[in-house]
Design a protein around this ligand. Sequence first.
Ligand code: GLP
Length: 242
Amino acid sequence: MVIEQHHDYASLSRSAAALVRDEITKKPDGLFGFATGSTPIGLYQQLIKYHQNGDLSFDQLTTVNLDEYIGLPENHPQSYAYFMHHHLFGHVNLPKDSIHFPKPSGDSSTFDGLIQRKGGIDVQILGLGSNGHIGFNEPGSPFNSRTRIVDLASSTIRDNARFFDQIEDVPRQAVTVGIHTIMSARKVLLIANGAEKSDAVYRCLKGPQTEDVPGSCLQSHPDLTVILDHDAASRLPANGHH
Ligand code: GLP
């Protein structure tokens, strides 16, 4: 496990973007797992800059997203399909048919099948819920879980209410890739910023590995890079500073 601490969000985002750019450059036709949430927005802005400067092409890439709400139309501003289009996919040369989201309809194992057929995820980008969730794998999610429909934890509904007019509008269910799906990625990049994530960061990286803290599974991942700002890292023993 490699842990980087950065003095601010801009520096964290630049470092995460440089890592993703290098990985796409190494494997331009790879399968990359993308994440939503406010944390990766700076990383995506930097990837768009690389693209605009001619330093990065997405034309051969295939993407899979971690999760999607159930019950929101695709063009709803809070749907994750809309989010990815708005923050990244709509600004780069990624072909539309190379973009994949888990879907609630049909057999959800189809999504894991798709990932397998494409040779597995090369790099998985992850944010972290304040309760330790990854994707929408809430506390209690089995470590051997695959893509499936889940109920959102009440703390997640509260956390995400800021994006909706009222808390009643937050969907109660989502479809998410599983913990096993995430752990099967060859490389995982976890990013977190802000003091409200410091407890989750500590419990994921230094606490006991337990299904009560979904992100704690990552301690066993053979190729994990964690990129944090000072506030998110504040409960960890001192590490490298950037
Ligand atoms: C959301 C998403 C996660 C995300 C997390 C943190 O609910 N399902 O994939 O990592 O919660 O979000 P944020 O980055 O906005 O704090």
